[in-house]
Design a protein around this ligand. Structure first.
Ligand SMILES: [Zn+2]
Length: 274
């Protein structure tokens, strides 16, 4: 069996055939963690957990690009105050996150790439807000003693500093990790996990980093519906394709597929305490 540690069957891309995809996934012996990206998709993940108690888990989180009102074209913005209708770690989010069927907090983290087209002054306001929302989720995870599902692009050092400040013993995974060998070592030295996605099946840039990772610290994921692995590139991604990620790791580390699948399943169980 396999465990897709980061998937989004809770998103609109699966509105037409969600139940069919869940059934196909579970009957293929693939378990999954549906990851929330905002209040509404976190509620959807919890609803799915309640509907399918076996083989499916849920997290609640506010993705960094939900910390501000995201508009790709900065020219559309006429009034700064109009744009800040962002999500917060408010009472309703905390109640949701406290539910016993929410196994983790996230995805949350730092990703300034969404801000690249914004004017400088607005960028600073949003960066600050993004960091407050991340800090609040770290503190909430600590209070609830639930692991963090971390979405961090490039800013690994800053994210680790924030974890060190607000929850030095943090448990969690850096999902969709695309950093260097050195950045991976920094993460591992804090006892955190590294999540590998389908990107490793078509980019050789991560091969050496992956070879350096201990098997007991790796999680595998699809991040469906995004970023389908080879040979499904360009199609809507789905949890069963996580097998391609396991195959690639087995190839790079010269291991059996079974060893990789078994270890990565155990790693998720351990991280989520399930
Ligand atoms: Zn995601």
């Amino acid at each position: 069996m396999l465990f897709d540690s980061h998937t989004h069957l809770n998103l609109a891309a699966f509105d037409e055939d969600r139940d069919a995809v869940v059934k196909r996934t579970l009957s293929s012996d693939v378990y999954m963690l549906n990851v929330g990206t905002c209040y509404q998709t976190s509620c959807q993940a919890l609803d799915m957990k309640n509907k399918y108690p076996k083989g499916l888990w849920a997290s609640a989180g506010i993705h960094p690009n939900h910390a501000f009102s995201f508009k790709k074209d900065a020219n559309e913005i006429s009034n700064i105050l109009d744009t800040i209708e962002a999500e917060d770690v408010d009472d309703k989010f905390k109640i949701l996150a406290s539910d016993k069927n929410i196994s983790a907090i996230g995805e949350c983290g730092l990703d300034d790439s969404y801000l690249k087209d914004f004017p400088e002054d607005l960028k600073e306001i949003y960066k600050k807000k993004e960091r407050e929302v991340f800090r609040d989720q770290i503190l909430l995870a600590k209070e609830l003693n639930k692991p963090l599902i971390l979405h961090v692009r490039d800013l690994y050092e800053e994210a680790l500093d924030m974890l060190q400040t607000f929850w030095p013993e943090a448990r969690g995974v850096f999902h969709f990790f695309t950093g260097t060998k050195e950045q991976a070592q920094m993460i591992l030295s804090k006892g955190l996990y590294i999540g590998l996605s389908g990107v490793i099946t078509y980019s050789q840039g991560y091969d050496e980093m992956i070879k350096s990772l201990p098997l007991d610290k790796i999680l595998i994921e699809t991040d469906a519906p995004y970023v389908a692995p080879v040979p499904y590139r360009g199609l809507r991604n789905e949890p069963i394709y996580v097998a391609q990620v396991a195959l690639k790791i087995a190839e790079l580390k010269n291991l059996d597929f079974e060893q990789v699948s078994k270890a990565t399943v155990n790693n998720v169980y351990k991280l989520l305490s399930i």
